[in-house]
Design a protein around this ligand. Structure first.
Ligand SMILES: Cc1cc2nc3c(=O)[nH]c(=O)nc-3n(C[C@H](O)[C@H](O)[C@H](O)COP(=O)(O)O)c2cc1C
Length: 212
């Protein structure tokens, strides 16, 4: 598997921002070049769930995220949600794959119907038309028939619908283990190598002393 790729990453305003932030951290650590874009609702969720105030100006945001996650110069770009001049707005740019993590039902529906009304929707539309991997990490519960039909439409169009549904057979000890379970699957589908925990069939740590 490749160890460094060009990945478009979008955060939208669904619950699950720790997945998105950990994914960004792991992509950068793996040497991927990342183009990041997030919605205003994502900023609200980041504040609510992680106590983080994402900067609104892309240039300031690029510095802020790069400092926080130790990105190399040029490794991370942040785009405004209405920046139609961003490379990821076009199929001619060399993005390898895209993830929307977390993904709202609103953005999912917009992508399913090809609205391309902002840079997140447009970049996802580009990924589909260029037949590049598009991984959506949708979060809502329960799911309505509308949500399910939109997901089916997207799966048929080539997207990977990857709900944040962690397995517990690896006996996670901490919340971070649960987050990493989901992020590992997203990295797999983006084609970025990682070492986030053992895979099924690999040797695992012995069970807890208390048998838990
Ligand atoms: C704290 C918080 C949590 C939310 N969680 C979800 C969620 O899990 N799934 C969802 O589809 N929308 C959720 N929403 C609603 C979306 O943020 C809202 O529909 C927004 O318009 C989506 O815009 P976006 O797709 O451009 O980010 C949440 C909103 C807030 C403030």
């Amino acid at each position: 598997m490749a160890t460094a790729r060009t990945i478009t990453l979008a955060f939208t305003g669904a619950s699950g921002m720790p997945y998105g932030l950990r994914l960004l951290e792991c992509l950068l650590a793996a040497g991927a070049t990342v183009g990041l874009v997030y919605s205003p609702a994502a900023q609200i969720v980041a504040k609510q769930e992680c106590g983080l105030a994402f900067p609104t100006q892309p240039r300031e945001a690029a510095r802020w995220f790069a400092g926080r996650y130790g990105a190399r110069p040029g490794q991370l770009s942040v785009y405004g949600r209405d920046d139609w001049m961003a490379p990821i707005a076009s199929g001619s740019a060399p993005a390898d794959a895209m993830a929307v993590c977390p993904c709202t039902m609103g953005t999912l529906g917009a992508i399913a119907h090809g609205l391309a009304d902002n840079l997140i929707e447009r970049a996802a539309d580009v990924a589909l038309k260029e037949r590049r991997p598009l991984v959506l990490v949708p979060r809502e519960t329960p799911l309505s028939a509308i949500h399910l039909e939109n997901m089916l439409t997207l799966a048929r169009a080539g997207a990977t619908i990857l709900p944040p549904a962690p397995g517990f057979y690896g006996r996670p000890r901490r919340l971070d283990d649960v987050v990493d379970f989901v992020v590992a699957r997203v990295m797999d589908h983006l084609g970025v190598a990682h070492t986030l925990g053992p895979r099924w069939g690999e040797r695992r740590a012995p069970p807890h002393a208390d048998g838990a």
